[in-house]
Design a protein around this ligand. Sequence first.
Ligand code: DLL
Length: 433
Amino acid sequence: MIWNETMECMSRDDMHRLQRIRLQRTVERVYHNCEPYRKRMQEKGVAPNDIRSMDDIVKLPFTSKRDLRDYYPFGLLCTPMSEIVRLQASSGTTGKPVVVGYTRNDLNIWGEVGARCFTAYGLGRNDVIQVSYGYGLFTGGLGAHVAVETIGGAVLPMSSGNTEKQIMLMHDFGAVGLACTPSYALYLADALLDSGIPREEFKLKTGAFGAEPWTEGMRKELQEKLGIKAYDLYGLTEIIGPGVGHECEYQDGTHLCEDHFYPEIVDPATGEPLPPGATGELVFSTITKDGMPLLRFRTRDLTSLNYETCRCGRTSVRMSRILGRCDDMLIVRGVNVFPSQVESVICEIPQLEPHYLLIVDRVNNLDTFEVQVEVKDAFFSDEMSKMLELKKHISHRLQSVLGISPDVKLSEPRSIERSQGKARRVIDKRILK
Ligand code: DLL
C-alpha cells in the first residue's frame, strides 16, 4: 500500500523540479529570517539567487549538531515564537540538548511522512499499533504516535518501560503493529516468551523499528522470535524525528521522503560530494519545514543511496542500512571497527543471543578490545571444552570480518544489561583516560 502515490512514485525529473523549487524557497527564507544562516552564506559568497539547480546545493554551507548547540535554544528558528506549537529535543552525550521547534505546518508534514512509513509497512485503519518508543522530548514516541493517528489506526501510547504491562496489553488489545527500538523489541520478545502466553494468542504481525543501527541478522532474529515482519524506520530529531525514511514490503533499502528531506552523500573527512552509490556521510536539507529548516545538515550517519525504482513502484531514493555513525566508529589498534560488523557476526552464530557489549581500553599504550556476548540458554554449558571451542569459532569469525581479533568473553544468558530505548553497545574507556 502507498499513502501518497503522487509524491512517492513521481518521475525523477518531476522530483528534481519540485525539490529545486522547494529548496529555492527555503534558501530565501533562511537567508532573510535567520541571522546565522545569512552570515554563513555571506562568508561563503553565496546568495539565494545563486541556487539555480539542485547541483548548486553544494555552494551552500554545511550545518552540524555544533551549530544547534551554538545557537541554543532558539537561534536557528526561522519563524516568530508565536508560530511554534511544539518543542522536541534530543539529549547529547554532553551538555545542552539539541532543540527543534515545529510550526503547525511542520507537525502536519511529520504526520504525512509518518503515514507513508506505517502504510508502507502494511498497517492501516483497522489496526491497533503499540508505540513503545519513549514519549517526551525524544521524538520517537510522539513521532510514531502522529503517524498512527494520521493513517487512522488505533494508537496504543505505551512509551517504553513497564514490560509486563506491555505484553499484557499487546495480548489483550490485539496489537498488530509494534513501534520501538530493535533492542527493546528483542527484550519484549524474551518477555513474551517468559509470559507463558502462547504466541498464537498474539496478533502482532509488523514491527516499525529504528532510532539505532541494526543489522540484517538482528532483523532475522526479531522476525523469528516475534513471528512478524520487521521494518526499518529512520529519522533524526534535527530533521523532524521518525519518518525521514522507511522500508517497504520488499525490505530492500529505506525509502527517503525526499520531497521533504533532500539527501546527499559526502566524504565524511573532506565534505566533498560522492558519486551515486558510494558510501559516505548522509547530509539532509529540509525543503518544506518552516519552524527550523536545516540546510546541508551533517548527520554523521554512514550509508549509500540507490536511485533505481523499487519493485514496490516507489521512485523515491533508497538508502542502505546505516552502517554506523562516523563518531561511533572505533579505531582499535589502527583498525576501523563498527559495532554493526560485530553484530552481524554474532547474529550468524546460532549458539549466541544478539546481546553484546564492546569494551575498549588502553593498557600500557596498547589498545585492548573485548567483545562480551551472551550464549543461548540451550547452549550454555559447564563443559569447558565446549565453551572454549565456541569462543575460538567466534574469535575466528570476528578476525575475518574485522581484521583484528578481540578477546571474546562468553556471558551467561540474560547477564548483559537490556535496554528499553537506544541500546548502549560500546564502552570506550580510552576516552576517560
Ligand atoms: O532516533 C528518531 C527516531 C525515533 C528514528 C524513532 C526512528 C524511530 P535521534 O535521537 O535524534 O532521533 O537520533 C538520530 O539515530 O542520526 C541515527 O544515527 C540513529 N538512527 C535513527 N534511526 C535509525 C535507523 C531518532 N533506522 C540518530 N537505523 C540517527 C540506524 C538510526 N540508525
